[in-house]
Design a protein around this ligand. Structure first.
Ligand code: MN
Length: 190
């Protein structure tokens, strides 16, 4: 049922995005869990963080993208769950369709919740989740903290933790702009 919102927003006859399997079994504790960030040039450029939980990708739109600087708190707006298949999607969503614009897989790998006995879903429900990412561009500890910025209950902050993978003076989105799957930048997608 978790993918109903995702499917309601899209016409899969017009958009090349995956509809997702109808009856994908829930895999509550599948390890390792998929981590993806997609770079999406829609009406404005943003980055979509996706983290696997219970057979879907929990998703946040991050307007400025992730940072490896622990002093940078990046706004992350929670959006509808996406199917696991979305983690391999690159393409161009036609004008007039939901999310119209171009998408690349900017980073991908796995992550481990750092819940010390608490489930990832439980941490998200409480509004504070710590994870350890193993990607090609992002690595190490990150925190997702719900803020209710502007009175909205879907606003979170994505914050790099202070560890050996923090790089305070490095702008990872500017320095590493390309797809980890195809080596293209987002504007090169047809
Ligand atoms: Mn997006």
């Amino acid at each position: 049922m978790s993918l109903d919102k995702y499917r309601e927003k899209r016409d899969f006859g017009k958009s090349p995005e995956p509809a997702g399997e109808e009856n994908l079994p829930l895999k509550a504790d599948r390890e390792p869990r998929l981590y993806v960030i997609q770079k999406h040039r829609a009406s404005t450029l943003h980055y979509d963080l996706r983290l696997e939980d219970d057979g879907v990708l929990k998703s946040w739109a991050v307007p400025k993208g992730p940072s490896l600087d622990p002093s940078q708190k990046r706004l992350a707006m929670e959006v509808e769950d996406h199917p696991l298949e979305y983690g391999g999607f690159e393409g161009s969503i036609p004008a007039g369709e939901y999310g119209a614009g171009k998408v690349i897989v900017w980073d991908r790998g796995t992550f481990e919740p750092q819940g010390e006995g608490e489930s990832f879903g439980g941490m998200l429900a409480k509004g504070a989740a710590k994870i350890r990412i193993s990607g090609q561009k992002l690595n190490g500890g990150f925190a997702l903290i719900r803020t209710r910025w502007g009175g909205r209950d879907n606003s979170w902050l994505l914050i790099k933790e202070k560890d050996g993978h923090a790089r305070p003076s490095y702008d990872v989105t500017a320095a590493e702009p390309l797809s980890v799957l195809t080596g293209r930048d987002v504007d090169e997608v047809e």
